[in-house]
Design a binder for this molecule. Structure first.
Ligand SMILES: Nc1ncnc2c1ncn2[C@@H]1O[C@H](COP(=O)(O)OP(=O)(O)O)[C@@H](O)[C@H]1O
Ligand SMILES: [Mg+2]
Length: 160
């Protein structure tokens, strides 16, 4: 992996089941690159990434069982909120009714069910972030990675 001279080196850690881990560091230190490497956007030259004992280092992203909420959400601007959330699930499940049910369930959970017909560009930052979270969670990932997950929430919401 060559990112204009930037390299991730000597990164070793493990996470227990059901644990939350925060990676904290100054800007530019490589937090996003680390998450994106675990998610499969970059191919590490050395080292291994294990999930539930399985070596997922070189598996394609859709087979890693890793969900990601990106720092800038990376929502598809031309698609409705419904289609954004359904995106990953449609690759796995062909039954349209099941996809619809699952989108509804997760949208209600995250209180965005009233936004399903809208396009991402018409949403507030906080609403976009919840859509990105729904899109990541709907495929029931074993590991959920969130890059700066509270950046769009106001100070009052961060605590709750
Ligand atoms: N696509 C890229 N190409 C080249 N350099 C990059 C790219 N993405 C990030 N970088 C560089 O890699 C370093 C780490 O970036 P990043 O992981 O985004 O930092 P953080 O998330 O910790 O703020 C920075 O020096 C950044 O400029
Ligand atoms: Mg970052």
């Amino acid at each position: 992996m060559d990112l204009g001279g930037f390299k991730l080196r000597d990164v070793t850690f493990s996470v227990d089941k059901c644990d939350y881990v925060c990676i904290i560091g100054p800007t530019g230190v490589g937090k996003s690159i680390l998450l994106e490497t675990i998610a499969g956007l970059y191919n590490p030259k050395k080292g291994r990434i294990l999930l539930d004992g399985e070596d997922i280092t070189h598996l394609p992203p859709e087979r890693k069982h890793v969900g990601v909420v990106y720092q800038d959400y990376a929502l598809f601007p031309h698609m409705t909120v419904f289609n954004n959330i359904a995106y990953g699930l449609r690759k796995k499940i062909k039954d349209k009714n099941i996809v619809k049910q699952e989108v509804k369930r997760i949208a209600e959970l995250l209180e965005i069910d009233h936004l399903l017909h809208r396009k991402p560009g018409t949403l507030s930052g906080d609403e976009q972030q919840r859509v990105a979270l729904a899109r990541a969670l709907i495929v029931r990932p074993k590991l959920l990675l969130m890059d700066e997950p509270f950046s769009a929430l106001d100070v009052r919401q961060r605590g709750s």
